[in-house]
Design a protein around this ligand. Structure first.
Ligand code: DC
Length: 231
């Protein structure tokens, strides 16, 4: 029997979910899937094609023309997302996308489209996926579920540091407003809102270094994997 497990990492925006997920996947030899990238790529498609996402049929038709794929890039050492054959990994990190993505991710048809693909990616186990509903909806039977959180001010600083080099005109206020808005929509939407799965472990990294949080999470994963190997 394979001792590979499924690890889910959910939590608020800019908690460092993807950093942790990528590190865990690398050391365990697992696939890493950034589910937020899928919602961001769909948002990019909608914006480019002037899709009125308040109109259900327009959304359904648009989704039929969207194909998403993750391809590993050895240069960046990560899987990057392709929208209809185009690498959009860097474009989707823009604040223009961040401003609309929560609205798009709240649409039922969009979630069904993304979740179907996410479930397929987890079929072979050996996967770390981060997002908002991975432990609750996508992989409710995952062996390790982590719910990440951090102080608001710390999250704003982290996101600002990430966006500033690309956009020196950006202000702390803009970043703060965007994070607050996304957290609000993500946790109050009707379908699959962000919430901690009952069996998830909380990882508050406000006062942890990247390596401390990694060691903690790796410890949890190893314990579960070893238990599985013994059974
Ligand atoms: O993780 P991120 O910031 O790249 O996610 C972008 C947006 O996508 C986020 O505001 C909420 C949404 N999202 C979601 O609703 N469900 C997921 N599994 C992942 C992301």
């Amino acid at each position: 029997m394979s001792s590979k497990i499924v690890i889910t990492i959910d939590g608020w925006s800019s908690c460092g979910k993807s950093t942790l997920a990528r590190q865990l996947a690398a050391v365990l030899g697992y696939i890493y899937v950034d589910s937020g990238a899928m919602y961001r790529a769909i948002t990019l498609y909608f914006l480019r094609n002037n899709i009125d996402f308040k109109k259900k049929q327009e959304v359904i038709n648009a989704l039929e023309n969207i194909s998403l794929e993750f391809i590993f890039n050895p240069a960046s050492n990560k899987s990057e997302i392709y929208l209809n054959g185009e690498n959009v990994e860097y474009l989707i990190r823009d604040l223009i996308i961040a401003e609309k993505v929560s609205e798009v991710a709240a649409i039922k048809e969009v979630r069904e489209f993304a979740v179907r693909q996410q479930k397929k990616l987890g079929k072979g186990k050996g996967i770390v996926m981060d997002g908002r509903d991975i432990g609750t909806v996508v992989f409710p039977a995952a062996e390790l579920k982590i719910f990440m959180t951090a102080d608001n001010a710390i999250r704003v600083q982290r996101r600002f540091k990430e966006l500033y080099p690309k956009n020196p005109n950006i202000s702390i206020e803009e970043v703060k407003n965007n994070l607050e808005m996304r957290d609000y929509i993500d946790s109050n939407r009707e379908i699959s809102p962000l919430r901690k799965a009952d069996d998830a472990v909380i990882l508050d990294n406000s006062n942890l270094t990247e390596s401390e949080q990694f060691e903690k999470a790796l410890g949890w994963a190893k314990e579960i994997i070893q238990k599985k190997e013994r059974s």
